[in-house]
Write a protein that binds this ligand. Structure first.
Ligand code: SAM
Length: 295
């Protein structure tokens, strides 16, 4: 039932429920947050009990298809972060990190603090850290010893990022913005997750594919991908987005990160070249050769 490099229109619980054996090395799930977003098919305002049960059901469906050593990342807002944590515990998932994605360009508020973060849960089936794919060398960033203190003791390889990540949201003016989906994830967030939690050739699954961000990042990094989404329109447009990106037909992107290139003494690239997308689609351990932006 899992088709390589495909996005299928339909209900993720139904589709993933038909998969008979663990197929996913990495699952990234960014469900609707039940906060009234306007999707073309899905109604994002459910009663609490209904949304809770549904969250349980899709998380259980995902866990069943996760390989024993696979990784399962879930993005969720404040309103249901506690519930996701509790459900994961009930399902026997192991919490590796509770990452906060801090973003700029949140919505302005008048009488309370502006919300500027999303929760990114990092779960695994196993509790054995040695069994889990964690490619730290792919995602290291310059440490303060390197960037601020010029400390000779600094590890020249940089450091593993903290569990608070700073990446801008995808604003309407960004080249990356698709304009036909209400809550597109930044590709940089997906790149970091895919690089650290999977290897080239691994199967990356996204049950809520939306605008196809996970699929695009997976394809660019030489992973296999499989996605589902309720919306026929989103699925059709995501397929075009993936094909365009791989063919280098997208506008110059402001999205990829290659932290190592930012280190002192190294030249920072000047933007995505036309050939890079196609080159990066081949399995490769190296980060895409793109412009480096830090928040
Ligand atoms: C928050 S968006 C995902 C956004 C995505 N991460 C991106 O970067 O574009 C949630 C998506 O879940 C889809 N969806 C809602 N219920 C679903 C279900 N039962 N099965 C599959 N997709 C569903 C919606 O159509 C919507 O596109």
């Amino acid at each position: 039932m899992i088709k390589r490099n495909e996005i299928i229109q339909g209900d993720c619980i139904e589709i993933l429920g038909k998969v008979t054996e663990p197929a996913a090395d990495l699952i990234f799930a960014d469900p609707p947050f039940n906060i009234g977003y306007k999707y073309d098919v899905y109604e994002d305002r459910k009663a609490y009990d209904e949304y809770y049960q549904w969250t349980h059901d899709w998380m259980a469906a995902c866990q069943k298809i996760l390989k024993p050593n696979g990784s399962f990342w879930v993005a969720i807002g404040d309103d249901y972060a506690a519930e996701v944590r509790v459900i994961a515990r009930k399902l026997g998932l192991n919490l590796r990190n509770w990452v906060i994605w801090h973003y700029t360009f949140g919505q302005a508020t008048k009488n309370k603090f502006a919300r500027s973060h999303t929760h990114l849960f990092y779960f695994t089936n196993t509790t054995n850290p040695k069994a889990i794919t964690f490619n730290d060398m792919e995602i290291r960033v310059p440490s303060a010893r390197q960037t601020t203190y010029a400390d000779k003791r600094a590890n020249p390889k940089g450091k593993i990022p903290d569990d608070v990540w700073s990446f801008s949201r995808v604003c309407g003016t960004f080249n990356e913005r698709v304009k036909w989906h209400p809550c597109q994830m930044p590709q940089r967030v997906l790149e970091r997750i895919i690089k650290v939690s999977s290897n080239p050739g691994d199967m990356v699954i996204d049950p809520f594919s939306g605008s196809g961000t996970t699929m695009v990042a997976a394809a660019m990094l030489g992973r296999e991908y499989f996605g589902t989404d309720l919306s026929e329109d989103y699925v059709a447009k995501s397929k075009i987005r993936i094909a365009d990106t791989l063919a280098g037909r997208c506008k110059k992107t402001d999205i990829s990160e290659n932290p190592v290139a930012k280190r002192p003494g190294r030249k920072v690239g000047g933007g995505r070249k036309k050939s890079v997308a196609a080159k990066s689609a081949k399995p490769s351990n190296s980060a895409p050769d793109t412009a480096v932006l830090f928040d």
